[in-house]
Design a protein around this ligand. Structure first.
Ligand code: G3P
Ligand code: CA
Length: 283
């Protein structure tokens, strides 16, 4: 019995040490900002989502005032094929409605309140169409669109988004990112000029294995069409940043809301800080 206990303790300790090694050094020590990337970008996550309800027009207007380099938004699609801004596939968390967005028409969504859950000051804030947000940003900064679910869930969503990018002649300032490889490949095949970023949580040190809900290995050859990677900041260690950069890719980290953490990550060489607070490190 004693022997089994020792074995379990040794295996558990090894796992804990291994996971700790895979985490960013920002958790363990103060990193001097010795090798900062002077070109780093501030990316407003879901708009200025610390100041206004995420993925609404108000959050985009607030973000634009703070002049981030980029704004990131999430999109879903209605039953009548309108692409709208929303993080979740259901209305429940951020509106006064409920149910799946794919089962509602845009007319039904337009009656909902997407602001009150955040604060009474935003009562009546609407769920915006992606098209409205593209018109609003109009190249004043770059826009990253996260496609949460692809054509298997939302018929032709990739085509609908690409049509909007074309309509507004926005190929050079709108980028696509997603956790889902099928989405990324579909976009690339439909329009190879669109810059594509791959989202995943993190890479396990000394292995090609990654933490992700969609794939388990990071096969950089397969991802030669990917321009940038966006990973969870908890996994942003020097090894993974160096590994991705040595393949000519940029590395962004999400979601960083503490200025000291952001500075440390810039010290490690990351290229972009995705933050709910775009004032974080304003240059
Ligand atoms: O930008 C990365 C980040 O947006 C991915 O997570 O859940 O905030 O969309 P989530
Ligand atoms: Ca997102």
């Amino acid at each position: 019995m004693k022997k089994i206990c020792y074995i379990i303790i040794i295996i558990a300790s090894t796992c804990i040490i291994y996971i700790a090694l895979s985490l960013s050094p920002i958790f363990f020590k103060n990193i001097p900002n010795t090798n900062p990337n002077p070109e780093y970008k501030i990316i407003a996550h879901r708009g200025a989502s610390s100041l206004a309800p995420e993925n609404t027009k108000a959050a985009i207007v607030k973000a634009l005032k703070l002049k981030p380099h980029r704004i990131e938004v999430d999109v879903q699609q209605t039953k009548d094929s309108t692409v709208v801004l929303m993080h979740d596939i259901t209305l429940n968390r951020t509106t006064d409605g409920e149910g799946l967005i794919k089962e509602k028409t845009y007319r039904e969504l337009s009656k909902l309140d997407a602001g009150s859950w955040f604060s009474k000051a935003f009562t009546g804030e609407e769920i915006p169409k992606l098209e409205t947000i593209i018109q609003l940003i109009n190249g004043k900064c770059e826009l990253i669109i996260e496609i949460k679910k692809g054509h298997d869930f939302y018929p032709n969503i990739e085509k609908h988004i690409l049509k909007l990018i074309k309509k507004y002649n926005a190929e050079d300032w709108i980028f696509i990112h997603s956790f889902d490889d099928n989405v990324l490949m579909t976009i690339h095949e439909l329009n190879p000029n669109i810059a594509i970023h791959k989202l995943f949580v993190g890479k396990l040190k000394f292995t090609p294995f990654i933490v992700s809900n969609t794939i388990d290995r990071l096969d950089l050859e397969k991802y030669n069409y990917i321009k940038e990677y966006s990973i969870n900041y908890a996994f942003a260690n020097k090894a993974v940043i160096k590994h991705l950069k040595s393949h000519g890719k940029k590395v962004n980290v999400w979601t960083v809301n503490n200025p000291k953490t952001a500075e440390a990550l810039i010290g490690l060489g990351v290229d972009g800080i995705i933050t709910n607070n775009p004032e974080l490190l304003h240059k």
